[in-house]
Design a binder for this molecule. Structure first.
Ligand code: VG1
Ligand code: CO
Length: 538
């Protein structure tokens, strides 16, 4: 085998964010850019001999796979498992790493960010437990990237990614697998497929929007082929390199037509969608949207209906900005509950330690301990399983939940592409003004605590600082943080939450209006960013 050592120069912008390294395609396609980052992974993580490799199929996916194949062979990998055509959803990669006990995996995705030549690309390393690399590893990768001066590769022609089977390149054995098979089998082992099939057989209808991203083939295999949902249940099911020009972020804005269908009188009983890489989920009922925070709480409350949780739920975790709805369930059911920073990696130590079996983020992320990523289709199957067992409409389940546990009105307002310096200075001014907030009233509530969130991992005591600013009232919270996944400018996220013991049946933005007003004044959003309204409200 001819290993070629190529001289290069470091880039200074390869610091992984909330979920790996995300950049514009034009950045990733610069000469040596991808090579440098991949070499940084091999340098930072010693002894990678086996890997799972795949991505969400976006533009540059297949090219990047060929680059990584050559570099893996040159860096001592002897076993490489790749999804056919380079495709694998994020949760499927996590499942495969665990199943084949590899030394990790590389996921090519920028998740919900738009794709195509002018879109975004991303790369992420997952560890042998299937989890996104923890902070100390991403820090090490970044440090290596800053002093990168050569990378190792081999010279060989492109491999054929379209044919299933095993072959070798240099000293490395490559197996091309069907991207869906193992994952679909795993799902069948976790849920009551007979009960769900029986529900479809009675005429129950759902619509799943794959948004021309990775979940199309998975959703067709599971919902239509295995569970007997009519063909056409899955829409936009063909993964396209530019996701059909859309924005595969499953929320009320970007899944507009699905939402419209569910809110029409003749729509199906259940609607769902996932994102670019298959780890997010949107849950809709007839005339009804389930916020991700509520979805987490409902699954926790109704987990007895789902075989996944036949061992019970010992603990649950949510990211800090996620509403406290699940905490209320945990208190009532004597579960441990945890609050972690934004980003799935923070849940994984708790899962490994057996402390939590269900986790969620307000950003349409829900998952269990079957893998170490959030899992869009898994969350949809949780809901289908609950629906199959209760045979009640989503809206009824949600209203019953609010009756039992109270209702957390919740919304996130995003101000996108703000000048990065302005955004930083907004955060800084707020930080300085935090202390003065305590004691101030908002409507009939009072700010009791105002601070910057620092997390100390209960398992390994690692610390994560600067994880968002919080204003905590008796029955409400306002949270500010800057996104760590964007690729141009800064995105300010404002998270708003207000608890009512009894549902006041008010429209969400109206129920939150005083908090929204206070947030705008406190952050001086209009004044400093020049924005009159948020770009995205979910
Ligand atoms: C966003 C979400 C966060 C999520 C992350 C990755 O991060 O808020 O909850 O874990 O995306 O999601 P940020 O830093 O932009 O707020 V995805 O579907 O990449 O894998
Ligand atoms: Co995603």
């Amino acid at each position: 085998m001819q290993v070629v050592t190529t001289n290069t120069q470091p880039f200074d912008d390869q610091k992984p964010g909330t979920s790996g390294l995300r950049k514009k395609v034009s950045v990733f396609t610069q000469k040596h850019y991808l090579n440098n980052f991949v070499q940084s992974i091999f340098n930072a993580v010693n002894g990678i001999e086996s890997l799972v490799l795949g991505g969400d199929g976006r533009y540059f996916n297949a090219t990047a796979i060929q680059v990584i194949v050559r570099m893996a062979a040159a860096n001592g990998v002897n076993k490489l498992i790749i999804g056919r055509n380079g495709l694998l959803s994020t949760p499927a990669v996590s499942a495969l790493i665990r199943h084949h006990q590899t030394d990790g995996g590389i996921i090519l995705s920028a998740s919900h960010n738009p794709a195509g030549e002018n879109g975004d690309f991303g790369i992420k390393f997952n560890t042998p437990n299937g989890a996104p690399a923890p902070q100390h590893i991403t820090d090490a990768i970044y440090r290596h990237s800053l002093k990168m001066n050569q990378y190792r590769t081999i010279q060989c022609t492109d491999i054929d990614l379209s044919r299933l089977g095993t072959f070798s390149v240099a000293d490395m054995m490559i197996t091309i697998i069907d991207p869906v098979d193992h994952y679909a089998g795993l799902m069948a082992s976790l849920f009551d497929f007979d009960a769900i099939s029986a529900m479809f057989a009675t005429g129950f209808r759902m619509r799943f929007d794959a948004m021309h991203a990775i979940t199309g083939p998975y959703a067709k295999a599971i919902f239509e082929n295995r569970l007997g949902a009519p063909s056409g249940t899955v829409i936009n099911g063909l993964p396209l390199p530019d996701f059909g020009g859309g924005h595969p972020d499953p929320n009320l804005i970007h899944a507009k037509s699905l939402v419209a269908e569910l809110f029409s009188d003749h729509g199906p009983a259940f609607g769902a969608a996932s994102d670019g890489d298959g780890d997010r989920n949107l849950i809709l009922g007839k005339h009804c949207f389930v916020t991700p925070s509520d979805s987490l709480a409902v699954i926790a409350a109704m987990h007895e209906h789902v075989p996944v949780f036949s061992g019970g739920i010992k603990g649950v975790a949510r990211s800090m900005p996620t509403s406290q709805a699940v905490d209320v369930v945990a208190q009532a059911r004597a579960m441990e509950y945890f609050e972690t920073p934004t980003g799935w990696k923070f849940f994984c130590n708790l899962m490994d330690a057996g402390r939590v079996q269900l986790c969620g983020e307000e950003s349409f992320g829900t998952g269990g301990d079957h893998v170490r990523e959030k899992d869009g289709l898994w969350a949809v199957l949780c809901w289908l399983n609950i629906l199959a067992k209760t045979r009640q409409p989503v809206q009824t389940l949600l209203q019953n939940h609010w009756r039992a546990f109270g209702r957390h009105y919740y919304s996130r307002h995003d101000y996108e592409n703000i000048d990065a310096q302005i955004a930083d200075s907004m955060m800084q001014s707020m930080l300085e003004a935090l202390r003065g907030c305590v004691g101030q009233a908002i409507a009939d509530d009072v700010i009791r605590q105002a601070d910057e969130f620092t997390y100390v991992d209960p398992i390994d005591a690692s610390r994560a600082e600067h994880q968002g600013l919080r204003l905590i009232l008796d029955n409400a919270r306002i949270i500010f943080r800057l996104s760590g996944t964007g690729t141009s400018g800064a995105t300010l996220r404002v998270y708003l939450e207000r608890f009512h013991r009894h549902d006041i049946a008010m429209e969400t933005q109206q129920a939150l209006s005083e908090l929204i007003q206070f947030a705008d004044t406190f952050a001086q959003i209009k004044h400093k960013s020049g924005r009159q309204v948020p770009d995205v409200i979910t």
